[in-house]
Write a protein that binds this ligand. Structure first.
Ligand SMILES: [Zn+2]
Length: 184
C-alpha cells in the first residue's frame, strides 16, 4: 500500500514538474509526514545545550512587582527567576513552570514556581520587561497550589491594567515597605 502510495506521490511530483495538475490533490504519504513530524519534534526537543542561570536581579524585580501590586497570594520565597540560553524556540520571551501536585506529594513539599526568561527578553525595554514579569506572575493562581491561570485571564487587557497600576504606584513614589510598617 505504501509502495503504491509512494509511486503515486512521485507521479504527482512528476506531474507538478510537468505542470500537469493531474495528481496534485494527492496528499503526502504517511511516511513522509511522519519523518517531517519527527524532524520537527527533534528540533523542538533537542534543547540539550540549554543552560539555566539563577537571575538575582530579575528575582528582585519580581519581588518588587509582587509587593507593589500587593499580590499577597504569591509566596516570593517559593518563586525563582532564571535566565535560559540555547532554546530552539526563538519567539518565546518567558515562561512560568510549576511543581505539580503529584511531584509535591512525591517530594513531600509545597508548590514551587520557576519563571524562565529566554534570550529575547534581554532585548526588550524595561517597560516591556516589567509587563512580561507581570504576565508570568499572573499565571500563578490565588491558591498557589502548583497549577496555572490560563490566557483567558492572563490576557493583554488584564496585563495592561496591572502594568498601568504598577507604573502609577511607582511614579507616585509608593513605598510598600513604608505601607507595611504603617499597617502593623
Ligand atoms: Zn502566558
Amino acid at each position: 500500500m505504501l509502495k503504491f502510495y509512494n509511486k503515486l506521490y512521485k507521479l504527482s511530483i512528476l506531474n507538478q514538474n510537468l505542470k500537469k495538475n493531474v495528481f496534485t490533490a494527492i496528499p503526502e504519504p504517511p511516511r513522509y509526514r511522519a519523518l517531517d513530524f519527527l524532524s520537527k519534534w527533534m528540533q523542538k526537543h533537542s534543547d540539550k545545550k540549554m543552560k539555566y542561570e539563577y537571575a538575582p536581579d530579575l528575582q528582585q524585580r519580581m519581588i518588587d512587582i509582587v509587593n507593589t501590586l500587593e499580590m499577597a497570594h504569591i509566596k516570593t520565597d517559593r518563586v525563582r527567576c532564571f535566565r535560559s540560553r540555547g532554546s530552539s524556540t526563538k519567539r518565546t520571551i518567558a515562561r512560568c513552570h510549576a511543581l505539580g501536585k503529584l511531584m509535591q506529594h512525591a517530594m513531600n513539599t509545597k508548590a514551587f514556581y520557576a519563571i524562565e526568561f529566554l534570550e529575547p527578553f534581554e532585548k526588550m525595554s524595561k517597560k516591556d520587561q516589567n509587563r512580561t514579569i507581570i504576565h508570568e506572575l499572573m499565571h500563578i493562581p490565588k491558591t498557589f497550589g502548583g497549577g496555572f491561570r490560563q490566557h483567558d485571564f492572563v490576557c493583554d487587557k488584564n496585563v495592561k491594567l496591572l502594568h498601568e497600576k504598577f507604573e502609577s504606584l511607582k511614579s507616585s513614589g509608593y513605598n510598600y515597605q513604608f505601607q507595611r510598617e504603617l499597617s502593623l
